[in-house]
Design a protein. Structure first.
Length: 210
């Protein structure tokens, strides 16, 4: 939980460490440690979000409730836990998800687009709960993952465009994503989920035997 006063807002805009109140922190160990400060990119999302909804932060404060995990349900059956934690088991843990957007073309036609995105955090402001995410530069066709097993992606470099908040319903399913070791720090590799491996290798065997 974070009470955003004028002083806190100024610290957020100055990119300083932002400490929060943790529910599971009776001895206030987390609150005093920099390991449990909010992610810098997540903080900037909050700054833009507060500005967008018109919070001027006068003499009183605005309260933001944050979460380090959320459960999404796919096809009304499969439930998956997603984490966005500054220090889980001693290290940063920010899951990835396949995120659905409705985008408009220059002709005003709306299309469904899906982007790989790293989850920066979950938040509730003014009663609305959303996920803060950092999207890839370009949408990803899932058939490319099914066909190639590995697909390289690049995180968007325009923070105003690529680092946004979305409803939890926009998170379609989790992704297995690994850093592009030896490559640029903004590039990652999406890996075909294990549940699809049998079909992938089965198709490969069938292709080679025909």
């Amino acid at each position: 939980m974070l009470d955003v006063t004028v002083e806190v807002m100024n610290k957020m805009k100055a990119n300083q460490d932002i400490h929060v109140t943790w529910i599971t922190d009776n001895k206030q160990i987390k609150q005093a440690s920099t390991k449990f400060c909010l992610d810098k990119d997540f903080v900037q999302v909050l700054v833009r979000k507060l500005s967008y909804i018109g919070e001027t932060i006068p003499s009183s404060s605005c309260q933001i409730i944050g979460y380090t995990r959320a459960i999404i349900t796919a096809n009304e059956q499969t439930k998956t836990m997603l984490y966005a934690h500054p220090c889980l088991l001693g290290k940063k843990w920010y899951d990835w998800a396949y995120v659905h957007f409705r985008e408009s073309t220059s002709n005003g036609i709306e299309n469904d687009s899906y982007y790989p995105a790293q989850i920066l955090g979950f938040l509730t402001i003014n009663g609305a709960t959303e996920a803060a995410i950092w999207c890839s530069e370009k949408p990803l066709n899932w058939m490319d993952v099914e066909r190639n097993f590995f697909v390289k992606i690049t995180l968007g470099q325009s923070v105003e465009v690529s680092v946004v908040t979305v409803p939890l319903s926009a998170l379609v399913h989790p992704l297995c994503v690994i850093p592009d070791y030896g490559g640029d720090k903004s590039t990652y590799i999406v890996v075909l989920p294990k549940r699809n491996w049998s079909r992938f290798f089965g198709d490969k065997i069938e292709t080679e035997t025909n």
